[in-house]
Design a protein around this ligand. Structure first.
Ligand code: SF4
Length: 333
């Protein structure tokens, strides 16, 4: 009864979607897991994109597809049809985009339905009944989404009515209490799942502030978004900003993210200090100001610091005064 069916499971790698994956695969349904990554994921990429999704799909024994969301994702962040959550998180549009991709992959793969780890009432913006049905409708998946964790408090979808899945094995979870999921994970032998992170970087107020700055300056692209994750950022003019590394790792990251048109700042050799990058169109005065900001974070004892400035193939050394913290706080983004 439940065989010869194929399903696409949206797998974040967190607890709920991992349980949904296991519950569907255990019904003997051919399953493909789908994991989305974007510049706004919270992982630092050190274990490879989607490492927790890879771990759980291997554990369950199903194939995994990793989908990278790029420019199309920036478009919905700039202009979300259904608005933002508390910060710059366009959760409803984000889920419509992911579910639409899932539907396309479902069609390409010859699968019949999509499975999610959603729990009714768990997330304020996107997991209440009205939002769930809106997302279903706008992604072309009406009646084709199976939610094993909360199926019994929802209207049965087509795969449940038709007996493509065994609805009686599904659950009736609602709200934010995660005790039942933790127990179920134990029963399934699922370990080491990541803690619920509370959303992507778009939900982080400090990151959102930096992102808003990019959007208002008209330089909202993937390369500039990557740079937002590193260092201290200071807005020097509407057209120019400086980013200062906070430690050795960030100094290396800044060097790796440097573009040809960027200006790079180092302390003179005998003084320890950070790397900084100036990005945009800066006047000579702006560049000296950026050098003074970088100088503040050197170990130089004197208030006057020699800074090396590299612009393309040109290099020069200037002596600047360290900028004070009150000034830095004013222009920090
Ligand atoms: S928290 Fe981020 S990834 Fe999650 S639905 Fe909202 S915008 Fe999308």
């Amino acid at each position: 009864m439940t065989n010869n069916m194929k399903a696409i499971v949206l797998l974040s790698g967190g607890l709920d979607s991992s349980l949904a994956l296991k519950m569907i695969a255990d019904q003997g349904i051919e399953t493909v897991a789908l994991h989305f990554v974007s510049s706004f994921c919270r992982c630092d990429g050190s274990k490879g994109c989607g490492s927790s999704a890879r771990k759980i799909s291997d554990f369950v024994g199903v194939g995994l597809k990793i989908i990278h969301l790029k420019e199309e994702y920036l478009d919905i962040i700039k202009n979300p049809k259904h608005g933002y959550g508390k910060n710059l998180n366009p959760c409803i549009d984000c889920r419509i985009l992911k579910f639409t991709r899932a539907r396309e992959i479902m069609e390409d793969e010859g699968a019949s339905f999509v499975v999610t780890g959603e729990v009714l009432g768990q997330r304020p913006m996107s997991q209440h009944r009205r939002a769930m049905s809106l997302i279903e409708k706008e992604s072309g998946l009406t009646d084709l989404i199976v939610r094993p964790l909360c199926a019994k408090v929802m209207e049965p979808a087509l795969p449940e009515r038709e007996g493509w899945v065994e609805r009686e094995k599904f659950l009736d979870l609602t709200g934010r209490n995660r005790t039942p999921q933790i127990k179920l994970a134990k029963d399934f032998g699922i370990k080491d799942y990541p803690c619920p992170a509370g959303g992507c970087l778009l939900t982080d107020p400090l990151f959102a502030k930096r992102l808003r700055d990019l959007m208002t300056r008209g330089v909202f692209d993937l390369a500039n978004v990557e740079l937002l994750k590193v260092g201290r950022h200071f807005r020097i003019s509407p057209f120019f900003k400086v980013i200062v590394g906070r430690n050795e790792k960030e100094n290396e990251q800044l060097s790796a993210l440097k573009e040809e048109s960027d200006i790079i700042f180092y302390p003179e050799e005998e003084v320890a200090g950070p790397t900084a990058i100036g990005r945009g169109q800066g006047t000579e005065e702006d560049v000296l100001l950026a050098a003074g900001i970088m100088a503040r974070y050197t170990d130089a004892e004197s208030e006057e610091v020699k800074v090396q400035i590299e612009t393309g193939a040109d290099s020069k050394t200037v002596t600047v005064q360290k900028k004070d913290d009150a000034f830095l706080d004013e222009i920090r983004i």
